[in-house]
Design a protein around this ligand. Structure first.
Ligand code: A3P
Length: 287
């Protein structure tokens, strides 16, 4: 069982200093300049980061899938907080489309004074839990999750990577009335991908034709993406990922938790969830 080189920075747990050296996290928070035409997809891990990355890559290219099929995801939509993609971010010809897992308090401060757009995607934490459980078993940069109960406890206690889900969601929801922030859910994308793509295009000011939207929807579907080796994580090195133990594109569904959580675990979850989300005036598809 790997313990993983996790560390805590400003109260937030990060999965290792290789990708997230503290100097880099400080640089991203305090010095990195977001530009007005930047687009950042912010997603709590296992909530649809790669899905939104694919959608945005396709929208950026007006529905043409060539880029998404020929360039690795992390080069198309680089993570702003990862030192591994720093040079890609800095050399990116605008408009830059980027990703982040950061909680709002560690997100670049320059966001507050720019017109850069942020799309925040939330997924039902019960499904995030199941998705994380299987992914963490295979992805060597993550700690072994132990049992489902162990991981459930750590999520409910707020000891998960990139911080407590509750704080992450509340921090970003506090920005929801800003004109350059769009709140989105994994579940809405599941229910009506085309509607979500249209909403994202309106938010970005991108006018795509009906055929171009069709192409985004088709190429960002689970079926197409799971076979796109530029997006499905199959190119992760053996050093990072034990491909015999799991994959990124596992089920791609909402409500999978029903097959994995016991009645007692579900009740434990609901008690904590209701307590921690008290006062949040947003109704999610799973509420
Ligand atoms: P599951 O593990 O439940 O299958 P992230 O990219 O943030 O790590 O999230 C990974 C989750 O998003 C996985 O969920 C994966 O299957 C799902 N996902 C990725 N692409 C998807 C798509 N096109 N449609 C639906 N779900 C997708």
């Amino acid at each position: 069982m790997s313990s993983g080189p996790y560390f805590t920075h400003k109260g937030i747990v990060f999965p290792g200093t290789n990708f997230y050296p503290v100097e880099h996290l400080n640089y991203v928070e305090n010095e990195f300049q977001l530009m007005d035409d930047d687009v950042v997809s912010v997603v709590y891990p296992k909530s649809g980061t790669h899905w939104m990355g694919e959608i945005l890559s396709l929208i950026r290219q007006d529905g043409d899938p060539t880029w998404a099929r020929s360039v690795l995801m992390w080069k198309r939509i680089p993570w702003i907080e990862s030192a591994a993609t720093k040079d890609i971010v800095l050399n990116y010809a605008p408009p830059r489309y980027m990703s982040s897992h950061l909680p709002f308090q560690l997100f670049p401060k320059s966001f507050l004074h720019s017109k850069a757009k942020a799309i925040y995607t939330v997924r039902n934490l019960k499904d995030v839990l199941v998705s994380s459980f299987y992914f963490h078993k295979a992805y060597k940069r993550m700690r072994d999750p132990g049992t489902m109960q162990d991981l459930l406890d750590s999520f409910l206690n707020g000891n998960s990577i990139f911080g407590s889900w509750f704080d992450h969601v509340k921090g970003w929801l506090a920005m929801k009335d800003k004109p350059n922030v769009l709140i989105n859910t994994y579940e809405e994308m599941q229910q009506d991908l085309r509607g979500s793509v249209e909403r994202i295009c309106r938010f970005l000011g991108k006018e795509l034709t009906s055929q171009q939207i069709d192409s985004v929807v088709e190429n960002a579907s689970f079926e197409t993406m799971k076979d796109n080796k530029m997006s499905n994580f199959s190119q992760a090195s053996d050093e990072d990922m034990d491909h015999s133990k799991g994959k990124l594109m596992r089920e791609g569904k909402s409500g999978i938790w029903k097959n994995y959580l016991t009645v007692a675990q579900n009740e434990q979850f609901d008690r904590v969830y209701q307590e921690k989300m008290k006062g949040v005036n947003v109704t999610f598809p799973w509420d």
